[in-house]
Design a protein around this ligand. Structure first.
Ligand SMILES: Cc1ncc(COP(=O)(O)O)c(C=O)c1O
Length: 380
């Protein structure tokens, strides 16, 4: 597979014959909607890979979170905790249901919550905690889960960057009460647009199925048994994933281990070649965690250049850091979230010091060398 991108950014559309064959097969089956057999086959692949009881395909990562806020009955005035280091998609659904995003600071060197700030910001109106590990680097949930249990709050993992990232606790996205992923084209499982939800709870899975399909009841409870399969008794929307995207998901899940292996090798090459640059270090990786190398997250401590200056210089050499591309800043600094501004000094400092480097499996050795020499040219 050759790189289809002309610039070195964190985007590589990994499509080969196996992807094409499975999509053609799905189209030939003449079942195109989210109710097609191939969607169940895709969900089965996900269940097997992640070792969970239920995987539920949905139309996007954003849709997944929107759906989960309905699952937990989160409404007007309720509060949902989210890190300011997340992208807008992790917080917009909170606004969609009329709830309030409460930004809790992260640790100085990771996207894990600062537990002291978390305890401080939980109120009687808090309804859920969303974790958002970024760029494939897992965060440990141990202490967070304890706090959440004490306050009876569900932990929702936004594992959109973390297909196959793991820690001593297990696979990211299976460690909270419920987890979700995006499968948008930049992700390690790419279906164009799409997402999925993972859970071991039969009850949550049934409710997700109902909300995903216009509220059509599937639970065989006393109150619902006469209405099974009939619309109009429960609230829901259409969050289903189209059959062709699900088909693509099947071949993409099969390729996931090989993608992670290649990305990890690319990251190791960059780490080795950049080891003599004291101003540029990979962010702290806890020994108990294994990133999937969605991309490589670097901390910049350059005597004369800021991280954004370094990212700009790389951009001029056609190497595009995500921090440059998205202009990353604490979410509450964006106009749409400014009403929820709160002081998160660790997040502010961390976001001003990081850049990402591409590690995807489409990079050739020559591409990696280009990245290395572009960085060497910035040596103080
Ligand atoms: C961390 C994170 N959460 C959520 C989303 C939303 O996913 P989608 O683009 O599939 O709606 C994204 C996607 O870009 C993301 O990076």
């Amino acid at each position: 597979v050759k790189a289809t991108n002309s610039v070195l950014e964190n985007k590589f559309i990994n499509i080969d014959k196996s992807d094409i064959a499975v999509v053609v097969h799905a189209v030939e089956a003449r079942q195109l909607a989210g109710t097609a057999d191939v969607v169940m086959a895709y969900e089965h692949e996900l269940q097997t890979y992640f070792g969970v009881k239920h995987a539920l395909a949905v139309s996007s990562g954003t849709a997944a979170l929107h759906l989960l806020l309905y699952l937990f009955d989160i409404k007007q005035g309720d509060e949902v905790i989210v890190p300011p280091t997340a992208p807008i998609m992790s917080a917009l659904p909170i606004l969609a249901v009329g709830a309030v995003p409460v930004f809790v600071d992260v640790e100085p060197d990771s996207m894990a919550y600062d537990l002291q700030d978390l305890r401080h910001k939980i109120t009687a109106r808090t309804r859920a905690i969303v974790t958002v590990p970024m760029w494939g680097y897992p965060t440990l949930l141990g202490g967070l889960r304890e706090i959440a249990r004490k306050h009876q709050l569900p932990v929702i993992e936004d594992a959109s960057h973390c297909h196959g990232s793991r820690s001593k606790e297990g696979l990211t996205g299976t460690m909270g009460d419920i987890g979700f992923f995006s499968t948008q084209e930049r992700k390690l499982v790419a279906t164009g647009e799409g997402g999925f939800i993972l859970t071991n709870s039969n009850d949550y899975a049934d409710r997700v199925r109902e909300i995903r399909d216009f509220g059509k009841p599937v639970r065989k409870t006393l109150e619902l048994q006469d209405y099974l399969g009939r619309y109009g008794y429960l609230f829901g929307l259409n969050f289903r994933l189209a059959a062709m995207s699900a088909a693509l998901g099947i071949s993409q899940v099969h390729k996931l281990p090989a993608k992670i292996e290649q990305r990890t090798a690319n990251a190791a090459c960059l780490r080795e070649e950049l080891s003599n640059m004291a101003w540029l270090r990979e962010i702290h990786v806890d020994d108990a965690t294994t990133p999937n190398y969605y991309s490589m997250l670097m901390r910049v401590d350059h005597p004369t250049m800021s991280a954004s200056g370094v990212a700009q210089a790389l951009y001029e050499q056609a190497i595009v850091s995500d921090t440059y591309r998205f202009g990353i800043q604490p979410l509450y600094k964006l106009p749409i979230f400014s009403a929820y501004e709160t002081d998160c000094p660790n997040a502010t400092s961390l976001l001003s010091r990081i850049i990402t480097l591409p590690t995807h499996e489409g990079l050739s050795m020559a591409d990696l060398k280009r990245i290395i020499s572009a960085l060497q040219n910035l040596a103080p």
